[in-house]
Design a protein around this ligand. Structure first.
Ligand SMILES: *Cc1c(COP(=O)(O)O)cnc(C)c1O
Length: 399
């Protein structure tokens, strides 16, 4: 016997963004005016009508266990939304409601992976994917969507890394961290690849409502029966309804996978919070004007931030069309010097920015691109202006 720890747990990487967040918090506590571009969540309060529904649920005593995979009323609302917004038919029995999208993703991989199964993750990726896959016994395999490709991957790249062990691919559109969205024709190619190779598509559509410039969100599962069978569509309320703290995510999948996820969940967490489920029903079926207001605000900030970056030296950006992030290429900056030292990495840029200019940004090594940073525009235009002015000052100070 020995007091060793789980190898699986030890293999989980702590998030590198935490160091910046901790530093930003420390500075703020000292009364220093830090501009935080790090947030992965909307700055708006949860809309009033949603909060009211939660209060009503509490007052009416809706505070007990619910079925493990969620209440029927919410499954029906999600099923209707899938039909109307995504053009996908998922019956309530094909829907599992979980404690946030992250939990939904965890359930998906626990339901489909066997030890050693490979999951293809296009980079840049949301930093939790590789860790969630590894915790479920899978092996992440990365393919890079280079900047020239709009940070997106194509079917040929997927094919090139496909092996006997390939079980699934992850597809995140709109993308965190890049803000890119896949077009219908790009998705169709990927769907053909998945059908031909018989792999699952885990479609993370968390930012589906947040698309701009008249673009349209397309769900890969909507194309035909063959891709529908192979896709698990993951979404949630966190980003679109400014409900990050409420913890409601969900999946649409085959009934077989839904049953497995539901059993797993019944032992691990039981139902998602009963009050949050009632609030989610109101979010999906009630007045949508707050969502449209937030979308309009994000769009203004997006344009503002993108235009400012276009004017800056040494950095380059592609116009983001979804989510609420700007992904900034620093490759021309890393050979320059700051205070007589070569800059070197995006992590160093993030550390200089927080320490010397009081601006928090996310270095993207843990998103698979170590020469990029991510800035969220889920903060006010005034804050964005102030923060970007500080970044311009930094760019003026380098040699
Ligand atoms: C925020 C986020 C999620 C999960 O959100 P929850 O807060 O767990 O509901 C999933 N995928 C991406 C890409 C995200 O950015």
């Amino acid at each position: 016997m020995s007091l060793t720890l789980s190898e699986k747990a030890l293999a989980v990487k702590p998030s590198s963004t935490l160091a910046i967040t901790a530093k930003a918090k420390e500075l703020k506590e000292k009364g220093i005016d830090v501009v935080g571009f790090g947030a992965g969540e909307p700055d708006f309060n949860t809309p009033e009508n949603i909060c009211e529904a939660a209060i009503k649920a509490i007052n009416e005593g809706f505070t007990k266990y619910t079925p493990a995979s969620g209440i029927n009323e919410l499954k029906q609302a999600i099923s209707d939304k899938f039909k109307k917004f995504n053009n996908i038919d998922y019956k309530p029995s094909q829907i599992v409601i979980s404690n946030g999208g992250k939990h939904s993703l965890t359930n998906v991989f626990e339901a489909i992976l066997n030890p050693g199964d490979e999951v293809i993750i296009p980079a840049p990726y949301w930093l939790s994917y590789p860790e969630i896959v590894k915790l479920a016994g899978g092996v992440p395999v990365f393919v890079r969507g280079e900047k020239e490709q709009g940070y997106k991957i194509d079917a040929a790249q997927l094919q090139a890394v496909t092996t006997e062990k390939t079980k699934a691919i992850i597809l995140n559109t709109p993308s965190n961290p890049t803000g890119m969205i896949y077009s219908e024709s790009e998705l169709k190619e990927i769907a053909d690849y998945a059908i031909k190779n018989d792999v699952y598509v885990v479609a993370d559509e968390m930012y589906e409502y947040l698309v701009y410039n008249g673009e349209k969100h397309v769900s890969i599962a909507s194309f035909n029966e063959e891709i529908y069978k192979r896709t698990i569509t993951v979404s949630g309320l966190a980003k679109s309804y400014s409900m990050t703290g409420w913890r409601i995510g969900y999946t649409g999948s085959s009934e077989e996978i839904a049953k497995l996820m539901s059993s797993i969940q019944s032992h691990q967490t039981s139902n998602p919070n009963s009050i949050a489920q009632k609030a989610a029903v109101e979010a999906l079926t009630g007045d949508q004007s707050a969502v449209n207001m937030m979308l309009g605000e994000f769009d203004k900030r997006r344009k503002y931030m993108y235009d400012r970056f276009l004017e800056m030296p040494y950095v380059s950006v592609i116009e983001p069309l979804g989510a609420f992030y700007v992904f900034v290429d620093l490759s021309q900056l890393l050979d320059k010097t700051y205070k007589d030292e070569k800059i070197g990495s995006a992590a160093r840029v993030a550390s200089i920015l927080i320490n010397d200019y009081n601006v928090a940004v996310v270095p993207c090594a843990d998103f698979g691109f170590d020469d990029h940073i991510r800035l969220s525009y889920a903060i006010s235009v005034e804050q964005i202006d102030k923060g970007l002015t500080r970044i311009e000052k930094f760019l003026g100070d380098i040699k």
